[in-house]
Design a binder for this molecule. Sequence first.
Ligand code: ATP
Ligand code: MG
Length: 409
Amino acid sequence: MEYTNIYLAKVGELTLKGGNIKDFERRLVQNVQLYLESIKSRVTLRAGRMYVECNKEGCPAVEFTLSHLIGITGWAKARISEKNIESIKKACMEEAKIAVQKGCKSFKIESRRSEKSFPLNSYEISCEAAQDIFDSGMMKVDVHNPDVIINVEVREKCFVYSNTEKGCRGLPVGSSNRGLLLLSGGIDSPVAGYRMMRRGMKIDCCYFHAYPYTSEEAKQKVIDLGKQIGKYGIETNINIIPFTEVQMRIKKLASEIPMADEHYSTESYSTLLLRMCMMKCANLVARRIRANCIITGESLGQVASQTLENMSVTESCAELPLLRPLVGMDKEEITETSKFIGTYETSILPYEDCCVLFSPKHPVLKAPLGTAQKLYEELKVDELIQKAFEEREIVKFLVRDYVEENFSE
Ligand code: ATP
Ligand code: MG
């Protein structure tokens, strides 16, 4: 079948991966095919370039896919020209006209020739193609800082394109292990999930919900966040775990044992105890979904529960490696990524993921592991955690369904 439109994507880090490159490439192509299952299209990969062909109706779906696909460094919609310099010049002129309409005043042609039988070398192609545009006076040449770069690639066919979009980079999702992301309603954890997806991980999410102390809106917000990062994955399940009873149990302990040690009340430990309970429950979910690690959005020193001492306490409850991709990042960097991946606007909605009723006035800053573990033992909460796990609700998000529902031809 002949398609009328073609997109070129530059395959990312795969070039670094020596022996595994074939697996990664196969995974990347497979992922695009999954995104586009409901769209008439063809995906091919050749020499570091991926080609996605479709008809006009399929373009929005393909553009959605390429702007969410992990594993490519950039992409562009291309024109196919015949393999002779006259056709290439004509195609470049068409691109130049569009650029001028968009307000570009300077240009540069960048050519690549992997088909060595073509009579001109890449320098000559660039010169030839630039001449007409230059002569017409529509734009001036600027090789250092042009408003638009028009690319010419002479391969088994000739491609001409400008307007390259940045890709998500990283390794294709599914090429490394599976991770369980502790997803809350804040700015950080969705970014943490995205960062691990970019290392090739498949992510499932887990949210601890304490209705009615945390609202239905807070839950919906987390589901929306999970679906938003799901656009970068293939299949993303969001586990919602009813944690009210566990929270009540922690609150009750504070009245049973008022002082944790000579300095701090048991209430001061309540956030930390809650994190410990979350981690214990996350172990159960992780085991069920065969995850190889647990991921959080913690960043050193950001809030009281994220001192190194307190993070060590939480970590002591994890049965799997605990990954904190944001640990060394500041809020500004994290916020930037959250805007890029489209979670920021949802994250800043006011619905809180924890209730002031359960937030201690003076949280412990450097909890001794022994004290925290002793209090945890006193909770006798394992059964409640098991029950919460069993009563979890699972929201599935499949990116191919999303594409079908939103971009169907
Ligand atoms: P975020 O912006 O991700 O909410 P935060 O800066 O608010 O993070 P904390 O509230 O201390 O930080 O939470 C630290 C991490 O613990 C979160 O990034 C998340 O991974 C996990 N977490 C916290 N609350 C929940 C919850 N209710 N359900 C699931 N995970 C949670
Ligand atoms: Mg939070």
